[in-house]
Design a protein around this ligand. Structure first.
Ligand SMILES: Nc1ncnc2c1ncn2[C@@H]1O[C@H](COP(=O)(O)OP(=O)(O)O)[C@@H](O)[C@H]1O
Ligand SMILES: [Mg+2]
Length: 267
């Protein structure tokens, strides 16, 4: 049957198979990613955790097309990734807003070739989506850290990408703002149906947001495990299920983690 002959990779919005990546450092090849295989379905929320320097940002940049790779398969929407495109947005830890442009112009910066009114409407809609209605004419220096990240998310979504890649987007925010932003990014993901891939060094955040959590080894980054998360557990940060995920992930990073991390069952 034709359906059965269909390539399995057609079902995935991102398909990575046996990806290897090296950088040349001091004229020597340095292995950064080793044999990465990861398939992501449309509408999934994937979180990636791993030690600093294990290649997480590099992996996102490869998915986005900002960085090339030696061998393996990297496909977005069934096509080999050859460079950045409007169907894939990216948000970084530092908001990267241009200080001399108003928020509305920062958010609309990448919108090219559409009528002025349509552009203004898209910018308005996305500022509203991230809770920044009324700040269109502010400059980045006038916004708090959380508001700047909201603007960066609006800029990442303004092209209506099917995929949004987020590289530690809340890493510089205080704990309370961070929790609020986590709830909002989930709401936006549900409303827009965007596939999201987020790198985070915050294990709680990885559990709370991820439908699946990719756990990586130290460099060269290999995938140690992909943990499927039961959302009934993970949306309740005080549940025993949440604590159990946390312990499982801690075990990957700290030997003898019973001493390092005691699970408290709070229900
Ligand atoms: N363009 C580059 N050229 C050379 N080395 C790089 C480059 N980008 C990253 N690296 C190195 O690759 C490794 C992985 O980096 P990165 O992907 O940023 O890690 P992570 O995001 O997991 O902290 C690090 O050792 C980093 O110094
Ligand atoms: Mg990084």
């Amino acid at each position: 049957m034709a359906q059965e002959e269909k390539n399995a990779s057609d079902d995935y919005i991102i398909n990575i198979e046996h990806l290897n990546k090296k950088f040349i450092v001091d004229k020597q090849p340095m292995e950064v990613l080793r044999d990465i295989t990861l398939q992501i379905k449309k509408g999934e929320f994937i979180t990636i955790v791993g030690h600093s320097g294990c290649g997480k940002s590099t992996l996102l940049k490869i998915m986005c097309g900002l960085v090339g790779y030696e061998d393996g398969i990297v496909e977005r929407n069934g096509h080999a990734v050859e460079g950045p495109g409007p169907n894939c947005g990216m948000v970084f830890q530092d908001h990267r807003l241009l200080p001399w442009l108003k928020i509305k112009d920062n958010v609309g910066f990448g919108l090219r070739g559409i009528p002025k009114e349509e552009k203004a409407e898209k910018v308005r809609k996305h500022l509203e989506m991230v809770g920044l209605a009324g700040f269109e004419n502010s400059y980045p220096a006038q916004l708090s850290g959380g508001m700047s990240q909201r603007a960066a998310i609006a800029r990442g979504l303004v092209n209506n990408p099917t995929i949004l890649l987020l590289d530690e987007p809340f890493g510089a925010l205080d704990a309370l703002t961070r929790i609020q932003m986590q709830k909002e990014i989930l709401r936006i993901q549900k409303e827009e149906g965007t596939t999201m891939v987020m790198v985070t060094h915050d294990i709680d955040e990885a559990i709370y947001l991820g439908d699946r959590i990719v756990v990586m080894s130290a460099r060269p980054g290999e995938i140690k495990e992909i943990i499927k998360v039961d959302k009934a557990d993970s949306r309740n940060r005080g549940s025993a299920g949440f604590a159990a995920y946390k312990k499982k992930i801690y075990n990957y990073f700290f030997e003898d983690s019973d001493e390092e991390y005691e699970v408290e069952y709070v229900i």
